[in-house]
Design a protein around this ligand. Sequence first.
Ligand SMILES: Cc1cc2nc3c(=O)[nH]c(=O)nc-3n(C[C@H](O)[C@H](O)[C@H](O)COP(=O)(O)OP(=O)(O)OC[C@H]3O[C@@H](n4cnc5c(N)ncnc54)[C@H](O)[C@@H]3O)c2cc1C
Length: 410
Amino acid sequence: MDFNDTPEEAAFRARARAFLETACRPKGEARDSLQKRLTDAEYMAAAKAYQDAKAKAGFAGITWAKEQGGQGQPPIFSVIFNQEEAKFDAPGQPFQIGLGMCIPTMIAFASDEQKQRHVGPALHGQEIWCQLFSEPAAGSDVAGLKTRAVRDGDDWVVNGQKVWTSGAHYSDWGILLVRTDPSKPKHKGLTMFFVDMKSPGIEVRPIHQMSGGSNFNEVYFTDVRIPHAQMLGGEGNGWTVALVTLMNERLAVGGSPGPDYREMLDYARTAAGPDGSSLLEDNAFRQKLADWYVRAEGYKLGKFRTMTALSKGQTPGPESSIGKVITANQLQDITNTAIESMDHYGIITDGSLAALEGAFQQSYMWAPGLRIAGGTDEILKNIIAERVLGLPGDVRVDKDVAYQDLPAGR
Ligand SMILES: Cc1cc2nc3c(=O)[nH]c(=O)nc-3n(C[C@H](O)[C@H](O)[C@H](O)COP(=O)(O)OP(=O)(O)OC[C@H]3O[C@@H](n4cnc5c(N)ncnc54)[C@H](O)[C@@H]3O)c2cc1C
């Protein structure tokens, strides 16, 4: 394991930092993020301008081939840029799914002409993409999805419903996984398309979240026509294509934005404990703080191991699934402990009144979603059990049965 940047990596890090200092505000400067201060329309305009500046400065598509408009750099440079960007209030959120998952899938499976048309506008923030996989009865088991596409001349006609589609309400394009052959086992009758989100027959209904926001949606498809040319990876190969998207998703959903043990320590120095003295003097709290510290350090060392592998041109293994299980659970525990310690005041979310300008409350409401998005705790633990520890596989009785013969409502 090597914790130090090579001279080339250090130079890239310095260049990334210099760009970020001109483009955004450091996170510690104020808690009220750009997203909180601006209206939705203002935030979107700022996000598009930031993405364009990033692309022009050579920090977008860092690992993509130069002929795709990328920088042709090894993955370690992308990790370094993400590490530096995480220290700033960078408005990159609307592009995470498109650039993190959809466009890499397009690069792998679309025609040269389609890549020529779509990659550049996405990279420069002109077009936003969403991922249309999950359905009401198909999330962890996404291969069990029902949305149906039937061939009609040069088009496919799609009917069904997706759910939890992040950003569908502002997306221009989406990648869509559908069932094209119910007579095959569930993984084998799927096909991937990309779809214009403004197509007639698509209805996007925002879902209101407990945090007050509406980041994801239900998306209904009624006789939506998609040209055959917009199929990705060939008929019946949707699962193979989806695995490419999901692999990128697991890499993209790595961190945990929100207060960590250091911020908890700062907060505890001035907060009151259960007996009225400092929270920091409370033994039960001190025990928790020590646990968070140990887990955070373990996670940091695990990330160094991933970075060392990337730096040597190797591919990180399934152990990268461990990161999200640790950070998402830790975020929920830290924010829960902070809010409990505030007693009745814990329910105050107003940033001008609450500790850390309401960051504990905001992250408390986001943490459960983080434990689900990009693979739930249980699914990631299955991956760790099977692929890291070599334990016997989960029971999968429906693997070889034709989808249409599965005993489920459809
Ligand atoms: C913030 C957020 C953003 C999202 N964005 C998108 C998006 O943009 N596009 C998209 O397509 N989807 C998106 N999703 C959906 C997400 O992929 C699913 O919610 C997730 O895969 C879980 O599926 P589910 O909600 O149907 O839960 P289920 O799969 O029904 O799981 C319910 C419970 O059963 C457990 N469980 C399921 N299977 C097993 C098993 N084999 N072993 C043990 N336990 C099991 C789960 O861990 C969970 O606790 C998003 C979700 C969130 C929270």
